[in-house]
Ligand binder design. Sequence first.
Ligand code: ADP
Ligand code: ADP
Length: 220
Amino acid sequence: MNSTAKFIILLGPPGAGKGTQAKILHQRFGMVHVASGDLFRENIAKQTPLGVLAKSFMDKGELVPDDVTVRMVMERIAKPDCARGVVFDGFPRTDAQAQALDAALARENKKIGAVLWVNVRDQELVARLSARWICSLDGAVYNLITNPPRVAGKCDLDDSSLVQRDDDKPAAVQRRLQVFNNQTKPLLEYYRAAGLVHEIQGEQPIDRVQADIVRVAEKL
Ligand code: ADP
Ligand code: ADP
């Protein structure tokens, strides 16, 4: 992929494979991966005030309020590495967040190049989330059924133990799917109006999804 700055949003429900795909884009092409959920989890691990606040919403499957979320992501994208472009994963999730992102990029004469709508049916999402395990150290994502680690319970990259996310328990999963449909899915219309949406068939093997994403990204 060429080196012009690309700002790409992976938009899709919880479990669609956004984090998996963004991490591969980072490994293969060095694209900077900005995942609001990962930023919150880092704050929770360090027990910062933001982490304590965020956890109270995340455990219930609710969205963290826009003001704190936007501030955290804006601080991240102000760092020099992001000038080369970013893959956004899990952000924006509301209209207010999308508008804040557009405004911040416009101030730097930049804009979103593409919104990749990763489409996966609800029953598949529930199955994926109930079998998702992540590395306790670096957040690498595995799946007990579709994408298992080489050694059971251990991260392939650093041998740390794998854990299940508190919000991947069934009650929170149902709420997160509702929240996605009510608050995040409407963003598709916002970005369709700007002509930015490309649909990616998310129910394919991980490498096929990656190939479809790269095909779109290469044209930007
Ligand atoms: P998201 O970031 O969209 O919530 P993840 O990347 O964490 O999604 O993936 C959710 C779960 O599904 C993980 O356990 C992951 O290993 C698995 N997964 C990701 N992509 C695929 C795929 N194309 N097919 C099957 N399972 C997948
Ligand atoms: P997933 O892709 O599986 O939904 P994430 O790691 O992106 O998981 O998000 C986990 C939780 O973190 C969300 O359910 C929500 O509570 C919080 N969160 C992450 N990103 C945002 C955001 N952009 N706005 C508000 N809350 C967020």
